[in-house]
Design a protein around this ligand. Structure first.
Ligand code: GDP
Length: 476
């Protein structure tokens, strides 16, 4: 569970305002209900002469995926994204499919635009994501949301393969998602299906009738020609993929889209990917947590349960999440809250680092311009002895104008959490006879954190002193 400023202060027996003051000095967001991550609370505690012990809060542990037994898996409908060049007919196709939905009429509902819709056919069900295009698809993936099983690539028969067609092909390939081609606008007099096939073959999509493995269906979204054939092919492909999920466990999925609704507050369309979502379930969604107050299907009808591959509108969120955020049901409300708070802290840290970064080279300029009056350092060494020696000498470098602040020190390799702390508080990371591990290096690059390696103590002191007076030579 994340610790807040208030309870950290209470446990140390100091005023919360004292803790807030320290946070502000560190350039971190500060209010009494502020959730603190481990490194920050450890740092704060050490300022007051306390040590914080890790109570074992690890998001991965809380959110751990339990392995499904094969006998618990049930077939589930495929989730489809429509891609293609602008004006080739993606929206028209989505509309045509929506209207060919046989059950829609008799169930008395008109499909609402909630970001995805569910099509029931005699031969099976298919879920369509309502935001066509590879940009949305890849943005979701960048957030870790892999929701699409099959891509329908729409290519206009009168226009052929265009730039965005090629992009869509490459994005789908990068994701390892199979493509079914819909050659659209065959009703047009200048439609040239053979040419489209040739162009697609040039980009590695060989039609089945030419000995390749890509299904291509000729359609007219406008005239409603070939839509049933296309859906049939989608179901066939899905069958080959043996898409399955375990419906008998707490739900997990991803946000397809989210908005602030005037009447209902924050609303998110969640695609349930495994398990079953129920009204009243406790969840974590991105940086938010809460309870499912009510759910609606794509016809605007209230429902109380939603199984795998169901897109549902969830009402009862504490904020508007991002498309691509995860949605995980947890048994424990406190745990859900802790995960959300933990993520909020991380996100804030990240936002802070976007605007402010310190490198040893830039240090002097920033000192001169009065932007910083402290040099924050994170120190990692191989042994305790050198750690103490270096820490001592570093603090002695402080001048009336510039203070050298050792934010965190320890023995062992430079880790991700060292880099995160450095990033959150504009610190330089120094490794004495130790290096950064792979993850830390990656994060440092991402967050532009300056990591420096040394094996001679006086060299560290020289560099920091030089940086403080603007004499450091860049070391590239
Ligand atoms: P998107 O940009 O890919 O979503 O393309 P749209 O679905 O908006 O379609 C672009 C234009 O092509 C619109 O004017 C449609 O009416 C037209 N269109 C789409 N499908 C067909 C079709 O099968 N035949 C003909 N003739 N026109 C079509």
């Amino acid at each position: 569970e994340a610790i807040t400023v208030a309870n950290l202060a209470k446990q140390m027996g100091v005023k919360a305002t004292e803790v807030i003051k320290k946070l502000l000095l560190l350039g971190l967001p500060a209010n009494i209900n502020q959730a603190l991550d481990f490194d920050t609370s450890a740092l704060l505690a050490s300022e007051f002469g306390y040590e914080v012990e890790r109570a074992g809060f690890e998001e991965e542990e809380v959110l751990q995926v339990q392995q499904d037994h094969p006998e618990d898996l049930r077939p589930r409908p495929p989730v489809v994204t429509v891609m293609g060049h602008v004006d080739h007919g993606k929206t028209s196709l989505l509309d045509a499919i929506r209207h060919s939905n046989v059950i829609a009429g008799e169930a008395g509902g008109i499909t609402q635009h909630i970001g995805a819709y569910y099509v029931q056919l005699d031969t099976g069900d298919v879920v369509f994501l309502d935001t066509p295009g590879h940009e949305a698809f890849t943005a979701m993936r960048a957030r870790g949301a892999e929701v699409t099983d099959i891509v329908i690539l729409v290519v206009a028969a009168d226009d052929g393969v265009m730039q965005q067609t090629v992009e869509a092909i490459n994005h789908s390939k990068a994701a390892g998602v199979p493509i079914i081609v819909a050659i659209n606008k065959i009703d047009k007099p200048d439609a040239n299906v053979e040419r489209v096939k040739r162009e697609l073959a040039d980009h590695g999509l060989i039609p089945e009738e030419w000995g390749g493995d890509v299904t291509m269906v000729e359609i007219s979204a406008k005239k409603g020609i070939g839509i049933d054939d296309l859906l049939e092919m989608v179901l066939l492909q899905a069958e080959l993929m043996e898409l399955k999920a375990n419906p008998d466990k707490p739900a997990r999925g991803h946000v397809i889209e989210a908005k602030l609704d005037k009447g209902r507050g924050p609303v998110a369309t969640v695609l349930v990917q495994e398990g079953t979502l129920r009204e009243g379930d406790v969840y974590v969604c991105g940086t938010y947590s809460g309870r499912v107050r009510s759910m609606f299907n794509d016809r605007g009808q209230r429902i109380t349960v939603a199984g795998p591959a169901w897109p549902v509108e969830v009402v009862g969120l504490s904020g508007v999440p991002n498309a691509g955020d995860d949605f995980v049901v947890l048994a424990d409300e406190k745990q859900a809250k802790a995960v959300a708070e933990h993520r909020q802290v991380k996100q804030r840290e990240k936002e802070l680092t976007r605007t402010t970064k310190v490198t040893l080279e830039k240090l002097y300029e920033q000192i001169k311009e009065g932007q910083i009056k402290e040099v924050n350092v994170i120190l990692k060494t191989d042994v305790q002895g050198s750690l103490e020696a270096i820490a001592d000498s570093l603090e002695k470098l402080s001048t009336p104008d510039v203070k050298v602040n050792l934010l965190h020190s320890g023995t062992g390799a430079i880790s991700e959490s060292d880099v995160m702390l450095a990033s959150a508080s504009n610190a330089i990371v120094i490794g004495f006879n130790v290096r950064a591990d792979v993850n830390a290096l990656e994060l440092a690059e991402q967050e532009s954190v300056d990591i420096r390696y040394y094996d001679v103590i006086y060299q560290i002191l020289n560099d920091i002193r030089d940086a403080m007076v603007g004499m450091l030579e860049p070391t590239f």
